[in-house]
Design a protein around this ligand. Structure first.
Ligand code: ADP
Ligand code: MG
Length: 740
């Protein structure tokens, strides 16, 4: 690292000895200038003239450190520069040189004030000093009134004054102006030269111009160039010996960098929106994919076919006690209080039965039943059941039934209770009048079945029918006269119209039966797995409409005989991943435990293959996203290449530019991530509906969001690196010229 202490022993600030600039363009060699030997001192106001193509700009670029030279020696403040690398020239430009160009090179999206601020920020001034300096300088060049105007709104003369203000703010000992008035009318040109003159007191000013007559009075020296050579070098005024002021250049603080990056983030709104859009798409896609993998993990567990259970939710665990012991209310309380147990369901066999719903237009198949009190989610439409027979339908959104929603929503029909599979088919299914008053989506359900939530009464009624349908009816007439039949195998019809504790025997069948059996003290016996219960019933002859029906009985008579104690329960874990842990705990507590997920059969090799495909595909998706975003963001950032070139001309090094780019992308990325989270929640509360986010909340934990965030950080940093590499691979002036 070179130290810049002004060396008062050395008179020449810049000294060239036989320096040549040679261009190599596609194998063709051209000369910018050749064998130039010249020195410049502090206090000089050098005017360079010469026809177009004579090498004036090339000379200025070389002495500004914006371009390289090929031959000869260049001394800066007495130090030879042939060993200089780009970083050394960066330092030199930062501390020594302020450039003014014909084409102004202002940041067009900035205001006057912001343009001047930029150079002060880059040179590490604190915000208070910046504020004071900016107003001082702007007043100085007569731009105070225009300070908040975008520079694009200014006239050429005003723009060049901004450029001069910027050069002033840089506080360098050298000011180099390449045709600063080339684009200006003569009145504006006059003002610009005046300003240059005013600031030249303790500096070296080198101006290239065609308006010699306007600047002659200020010049201390006139240099004429022709065909790459200096053909005349005339000192026309004596210069006073001056000691230059040493400017204090500090490293830019992180706060200033961040402030600048923040300004650049929002500076051009369409640009910001495009970058934001890219990051938003990336973050939603990755999050969605991630959630999908977790979801499919879950689906593998759910969708694995169970030949035993209809409700084969992987969270479900069935328990009972050894030796058919009763599960007491206290036991239930204890279970409900356990960690990771979400729900305890008694009389759980109904979970594995399903019903149908039909009306004149539509037949909804395979719905399992729940009590509405157990449902605590929201409704997509309609109302929760309040009256018996009302149904809340919950189903996977992709379920075909939702396509025909108008056929069934709020239209009266019946719940149909299917006969157990070995029915002989003589009897009609039991029916319950019903209407679907509300529905909602739950994509964790399989598309192959629905869920009905009904009132507790209706639930009981369905339960009574199911139980009765699966029961044997045993009538004890005394004296060893017993009558036993499976209800579903005979023509015994279940009907709520039959009074409780009554059995109707059809008149035409009654003739074949001992008349002694028609009494009110016949014993109805229910044998269950857990014991035997009985009650007295009244057996009556009755004229029945349907000649095929032998007898009728109220299903509650059978249901009531079931043991009221609990022998078996279903528990639901709050997360299926907790099931194994719960199973162990419950076994330790002395229960027989049957995790339903273990009865699901899906070959594990297939599950593994799915997982593998999933991870491969997310890899490809991330790669694809990266390539697409790299393309779009590069295009968008390319529009800023001029900006970064300007920053470099003003003394910002490549590192600073890289920081600015990566901070800007970091900002956009953060905003996109926050938006993603907001969108996820809006999705959760059904304000909006983005497919990719549907599973995100359900299946992702905060740690997953953190993971996606880290992916995004890496993503944005890779993008900024790739882009910086591209724009900084060429030398300063090539990048710059390529853009103008
Ligand atoms: P002036 O500023 O005096 O008009 P320049 O310094 O721009 O002249 O150009 C001097 C010579 O160098 C010209 O012959 C020009 O064609 C050549 N030149 C300038 N820039 C390049 C470049 N990037 N590549 C090749 N030749 C160049
Ligand atoms: Mg030129």
């Amino acid at each position: 690292m070179i130290k810049y202490i002004y060396n008062s022993e050395v008179n020449d600030l810049i000294k060239l000895k036989d320096v040549s600039k040679i261009y190599y363009n596609n194998g063709v060699v051209g000369t910018g200038f050749s064998n130039i030997s010249v020195e410049f001192k502090i206090g000089e106001f050098v005017v360079i003239v010469g026809e177009s193509g004579s090498g004036k700009s090339t000379l200025l670029n070389v002495i500004s450190g914006l371009d390289t030279y090929e031959e000869g020696e260049m001394y800066i403040n007495g130090e030879e520069t042939s060993h200089y690398v780009e970083q050394d020239f960066e330092e030199y430009r930062r501390k020594y040189v302020a450039n003014i160009f014909q084409s102004f090179n202002l940041v067009n999206s900035y205001t006057v004030k912001q343009n001047v601020e930029l150079v002060l920020l880059i040179n590490g001034y604190d915000s208070k000093t910046i504020k004071n300096r900016v107003s001082e300088i702007l007043k100085n060049v007569g731009l105070w009134e225009l300070r908040n105007k975008k520079v694009t709104k200014l006239s050429g003369g005003q723009k060049q004054r901004v450029a001069i203000a910027r050069a002033l703010a840089k506080e360098t000992p050298i000011i180099i102006a390449d045709e600063p008035t080339g684009n200006l009318d003569s009145e504006s040109a006059k003002q610009i030269f005046e300003l240059l003159h005013n600031m030249s007191k303790d500096k070296l000013v080198v101006v290239v111009t065609h308006n010699l007559e306007q600047v002659e009075k200020y010049a201390t020296r006139i240099v004429r160039m022709h065909d790459g050579h200096i053909i005349e070098d005339k000192k026309i005024k004596k210069i006073e010996e001056v000691k230059p002021q040493t400017a204090t250049h500090k490293e830019m603080s992180f706060t200033s960098k961040y402030f600048l990056a923040l300004r650049n983030t929002f500076n051009i709104i369409p640009r910001f929106l495009i970058i934001l859009g890219v990051f938003l798409a990336v973050s939603i896609t990755i999050l969605g994919e991630y959630a999908d993998i977790n979801n499919s993990d879950y689906q593998d567990a759910v969708l694995g076919a169970s030949s035993i259970f209809i409700d084969n939710s992987p969270e479900r665990i069935i328990i009972n006690k050894p030796d058919k012991k009763i599960i007491t209310d206290d036991d239930i309380k204890e279970l409900e209080a356990m960690e990771h147990i979400k729900r305890v369901v008694t009389k759980d066999w109904l979970l594995d039965q399903y019903v149908h719903f039909s009306n004149d237009e539509r037949f909804l198949e395979r719905a399992t039943i729940g009590i509405i009190d157990d449902y605590d989610g929201d409704l997509s439409k309609g109302t929760k059941p309040v009256k018996d027979g009302e149904i809340l339908l919950v189903g996977n959104k992709d379920s075909i039934d939702f396509l025909y929603i108008d056929d069934w929503f709020n239209k009266r029909g019946t719940i149909e209770i299917p006969m157990p599979s070995n029915t002989n088919g003589f009897l009609d299914n039991p029916l319950i009048d019903a209407v679907i008053t509300g529905y909602t989506y739950d994509n964790s359900l399989s598309t192959s079945y629905l869920k009905f939530y009904v009132t507790e009464n209706t639930f009981k009624e369905i339960q009574a029918f199911f139980t009765a349908l699966s029961s044997k009816i045993l009538l004890d007439f005394g004296d060893d006269n017993k009558f036993e039949e499976m209800i579903r195998l005979t023509q015994i019809v279940l009907s709520k119209d039959v009074p409780k504790s009554t059995i109707y025997i059809s008149n035409n069948r009654a003739n074949y039966i001992d008349q002694n059996f028609f009494r009110d003290d016949i014993t109805l016996i229910q044998n269950s797995f857990y014991g035997t219960n009985s009650k007295k019933v009244n057996v009556l002859r009755k004229e029945l409409d349907d000649p095929s029906v032998m007898a009728m009985i109220n299903p509650y008579d059978i249901y009531d005989l079931l043991p009221t104690e609990n022998y078996q329960l279903s528990l639901y874990a709050d997360d299926y991943k907790r099931v194994d842990e719960l199973v162990n705990k419950l076994r330790d507590m002395g229960y027989n435990v049957y995790p339903v997920k273990d009865t699901n059969t899906l070959p594990s090799a297939i599950v593994k293959l799915y997982d593998f495909i999933n991870y491969i595909s997310i890899g490809f998706i991330i790669l694809g996203l990266f390539l697409v975003s790299n393309f779009i963001i590069s295009l968008v950032l390319k529009s800023k290449t001029t900006y970064y070139a300007v920053v470099r001309i003003l003394g910002g090094n490549i590192k600073l530019n890289k920081n600015l780019i990566s901070l800007e992308l970091f900002n956009c990325m953060n905003i996109a991530f926050i938006l993603t989270i907001i969108l996820t929640f809006l999705n959760l509360y059904k304000v909006i509906d983005i497919e990719a986010l549907n599973n995100a909340i359900r299946f992702l934990k905060p740690i997953h969001f953190v993971a996606v965030y880290i992916v995004l950080i890496i993503f944005s940093q890779l993008l900024s690196r790739r882009y910086s590499k591209k724009i900084f691979k060429d030398s300063m002036i090539t990048t710059y010229n390529g853009e103008i």
